[in-house]
Design a protein around this ligand. Structure first.
Ligand code: ATP
Ligand code: MG
Length: 556
């Protein structure tokens, strides 16, 4: 029955039991139900991996359902991005569904409830309804409209649909139990009037079903067997079951799991939208955003996100996951796959005074030492003048500085050993040139010089290097749990983006493609930004080579 041998999470255990009991003839159908009012984030990835994972594991299927009952905030831009993100993560849905396609059916369901004396039209204002609902410890009181006849309710509800009333003038409510300890059962709203243009049904409707009257019924219409949602919907479950029971429709069942919370970020579309609208980030796919599209642009791979979701598992209790686990997953992934290249972010010139002027050597560098045969090689031009990192040179180097300084020698990666004999400073004291000599018999791979050096540094040839803009990202918030603060934006990290306008990169990188991971040797993992162009190359740092952040925090 199972596709793979992995321990079962608690939802898988439930499904396993259902299958053993012969429920639904062994059929498993789940759904992922985003509201198209924003881009998907890493929390949604957890839900996607869970729902589609169940489909895959139990030879079942998963529908993609757009929960589009709120015309004011929804848009086709979001629909498109959601589809793209799910596909990118590597999942295939069985059916593409829209709650709005069920509006006629849902409307008929509502009339059915009215006919069964289980729903009524209420003219009370939102405030009046709230006041009459009571409190969890005191029962509510009926509004004057609760005793309307079936005929009157049908007439009024049809008039609501026909557009006779203004927004908020009337609502349709279920007639359940005004004393129920579960407030969701105290005659919940089923339909509201909203004269708004819908991105799919246009102006056909001016009444829209509430979540609680749309979600379970949509599950049922699609014959969903296991409807998985997050913990905050536990109190809605009795209403979910009530509607299905009273309407006598397919008995979908709801199960709840803990949503993903992650440190140093926010995970609600409403808050993410604010970050975009108020210009704290460039867009929904800003590489600092926890959105799938932001992570993609940042250089995260689908497999790193799926591995992360696998590692965090599925729990019944709220918890907070450390973002460094996500970073760990991409590091592990890119270490295996990223092409190794050289780039110099803070350049200073190194001149090899005994290297012939005008001479160029094409050296070989392996693409990835983690792969068999180094993953093939690329050629790297080498010449007399090179860019190296400014912090690989110290005028007065301490003892354990195994890089360059007067009298010190290092290996240039894939090339020769060089020894510094001089340097030049400008009027401000800034080093502008480092002069070295090289040892012609110390070439990497064929070194017969017998010289031993402890350090190896990266470089690019001045005459051959390409220029690139480099974007270094840090966490978007300084606070571990920004959403807990009164104003989540108060802990935005003003240094979450550092731009290096001109860095020098290996010429081979001019043909880099977005979504291909590179390790810039000694610097981190990088990828071409999707906004890069051939006249302005832009690279994003996906993640550093090591978890440098944990260290600074500990030090502080
Ligand atoms: P948000 O609060 O970010 O707007 P939402 O729950 O309103 O999220 P939906 O589009 O309704 O967003 O969510 C689609 C599915 O994704 C739902 O089943 C929801 O439970 C799930 N989901 C949303 N956020 C998370 C999260 N942080 N962790 C796990 N699942 C989530
Ligand atoms: Mg929602």
């Amino acid at each position: 029955m199972l596709n793979e041998e992995k321990p079962l999470n608690f939802i898988e255990e439930i499904i396993e039991e259902d299958l053993l009991a012969g429920k639904h003839d062994g059929r498993v159908l789940t759904r992922f139900p985003p509201e198209p009012n924003g881009y998907l984030h890493i929390g949604h990835a957890k839900s996607i991996c869970l729902n589609f994972g169940l489909g895959e594991r139990f030879n079942g299927k998963t529908n993609l359902r757009f929960d589009d009952t709120n015309p004011a905030t929804e848009d086709t831009e979001y629909v498109d991005s959601i589809k793209q993100d799910i596909q990118w993560l590597g999942f295939k849905w069985a059916e593409e569904c829209y709650t709005s396609d069920y509006f006629d059916t849902l409307y008929n369901f509502a009339e059915d409830l009215i006919s069964k004396e289980l729903a009524y039209v209420d003219d009370s204002t939102a405030e009046e309804i709230a006041a009459a609902k009571g409190t969890p410890t005191t029962p509510g009181t009926p509004t004057p409209h609760r005793s309307r006849s079936v005929e009157e309710n049908l007439t009024l509800f049809r008039e609501m649909r026909a557009g006779k009333y203004k927004d908020g003038e009337k609502v349709l409510r279920a007639k359940i139990d005004l004393a129920n300890p579960n407030m969701h059962l105290r005659d919940p709203l089923l339909y509201r009037i909203k004269h708004a243009h819908h991105h799919r049904t246009a102006d056909k409707w001016c009444i829209y079903p509430m979540y609680d009257f749309a979600h379970g019924q949509s599950d049922s219409i699609e014959n969903i067997t296991h409807s998985i949602c997050t913990l905050e919907f536990i109190p809605h479950r009795p209403l979910y079951d009530w509607c299905i029971e009273k309407l006598e429709i397919f008995p979908s069942k709801q199960y709840e799991f803990a949503r993903l919370n992650m440190t140093y970020t926010v995970m609600s579309k409403r808050k993410l939208l604010q970050l975009v609208n108020e210009g704290f980030v460039e867009s929904w796919n800003d590489p600092r955003m926890p959105t799938i599209s932001g992570l993609r642009r940042r250089g995260y791979t689908p497999s790193s996100i799926r591995t992360f979701c696998d590692k965090i598992g599925v729990q019944k209790r709220e918890n907070m996951i450390d973002v460094s686990l996500l970073e760990f997953c991409i590091r592990e992934d890119l270490n295996k796959t990223a092409l190794r290249r050289m780039a110099v972010l803070d350049p200073v010139k190194l001149i090899i005074t005994n290297y012939p002027e005008g001479q160029v050597e094409q050296l070989e560098g392996e693409n990835n030492p983690e792969e068999e045969n180094g993953g093939g090689t690329r050629t790297i031009p080498f010449s007399r003048e090179l860019w190296i990192e400014r912090d690989d040179f110290m005028e007065e180097a301490p003892k354990k500085f195994f890089r360059l300084g007067p009298g010190l020698a290092v290996r240039l990666k894939h090339a020769y050993i060089v020894k510094c004999h001089d340097f030049i400073k400008d009027a401000t004291g800034k080093v502008t040139e480092i002069h070295c000599e090289y040892f012609p018999d110390s070439k990497s791979g064929e070194d017969t010089s017998g010289i031993k050096v402890k350090g190896t540094i990266h470089w690019v040839s001045c005459a051959h290097a390409k220029e690139a803009t480099i974007k270094l990202y840090d966490r978007l918030f300084n606070d571990e749990n920004p959403a807990a603060a009164e104003d989540f934006k108060s802990s935005i990290n003003p240094e979450s983006l550092k731009t290096i306008e001109t860095a020098y990169i290996e010429p081979d990188l001019a043909s880099a493609q977005p979504e291909t991971g590179y390790q810039f040797i000694r610097l981190g993992y990088f990828c071409l930004d999707s906004k890069s162009s051939s006249d302005k190359l832009i690279f994003n740092r996906t993640v550093t080579l090591r978890d440098s952040w944990a260290k600074t925090v500990n030090k502080g």
